[in-house]
Design a protein around this ligand. Structure first.
Ligand code: SF4
Ligand code: SF4
Length: 276
């Protein structure tokens, strides 16, 4: 069953592809991260990672896989890095400490805006959610205007208010997809599936939104129309799984999961190089 439909004349997901060469290592500075989550050390927000070079490149980039830096390998900013870098002069957070804090705050805000935009953009590819396309396009246009405005406008923008408007739309899109895929109730109240073994199950239309699927086994599962919005897929085994028509998956989730050459993913996501 095909649920996604892509416009062959333009790639609406292009704006979300990370372009680290046009950024200045923003995620490696602005974010709080910990060794436990697969980053090189525990560090606070606003402090550069000790592996970040003066040219804003990662000094251990080619070794991230062998050193098992899972957090670094999985992280994806939805293109927020290059957007924020373009809002400031090439004089950056290193040479202009006065505005460094502002840059980091804008980056975190744009990350959340881009994440919402990503989900809204996916609605525009979901055929069962066609009735929502017009309303969704209005939000997308408004967000594009905001992101191209000024850092001050971005900082003053109320993201929580936006979420209260957008979340029902995402929920409705998920329901419309589920109705298309299955006619039985596939609502699951349980959200903790850490280490759970689903191997070879037919999980089409299941709602895994916000579920903890850390190290769960989804090997060889069928997941058409399954909703993964906000699910934690760190170390989730998706070898030989069919996720082509799963919905609300992000690049960060795919990067964090364990797939192989037989794992099938939606066309708008990029297959991690490490999947043999
Ligand atoms: S913030 Fe995004 S674009 Fe910048 S270095 Fe990190 S992943 Fe790359
Ligand atoms: S190890 Fe490299 S990619 Fe990871 S946070 Fe540090 S500089 Fe960034």
């Amino acid at each position: 069953m095909q649920l996604h439909q892509y416009d062959s004349s333009s790639d609406i997901f292009n704006e979300f592809r990370i372009n680290c060469e046009k950024c200045r290592g923003l995620c490696c500075v602005a974010l709080y991260f910990s060794k436990f989550d697969g980053f090189p050390s525990d560090k606070v927000s606003g402090t550069p990672c000790h592996n970040l070079d003066s040219d804003f490149c990662c000094s251990i980039h080619s070794e991230l896989y062998s050193k098992q830096m899972k957090g670094c390998l999985a992280y994806d900013c939805f293109g927020a890095g290059q957007i924020v870098a373009s809002l400031y002069e090439p004089g950056d957070w290193r040479s202009n400490s006065q505005i460094a804090q502002e840059i980091f705050e804008v980056f975190i805000k744009v990350f959340h805006l881009q994440q919402i935009l990503w989900y809204l953009s996916e609605i525009l590819t979901l055929m069962p959610a066609k009735t929502l396309w017009k309303k969704t396009s209005i939000y997308i246009d408004e967000l594009h205007i905001l992101i191209q405005s000024s850092p001050k406008d971005i900082l003053n923008f109320d993201i929580e208010e936006l979420r209260t408007k957008v979340n029902p739309l995402l929920k409705e899109a998920g329901e419309l997809v589920k109705r298309e895929v299955c006619h039985t109730n596939r609502e699951i109240k349980k959200k903790d599936f850490i280490g759970h073994n689903f191997k070879k199950s037919k999980l089409d239309g299941y709602n895994f939104s916000s579920a903890l699927l850390i190290a769960a086994n989804l090997e060889s599962c069928s997941l058409t129309g399954s909703n993964f919005i906000g699910a934690d897929l760190r170390d989730t085994n998706i070898k030989n799984a069919d996720l082509r028509e799963s919905i609300f998956l992000t690049q960060g989730q795919i990067n964090a999961a364990k797939g192989n050459k037989n794992t099938r993913i939606p066309k708008h996501l990029i297959r991690p190089l490490s999947w043999m």
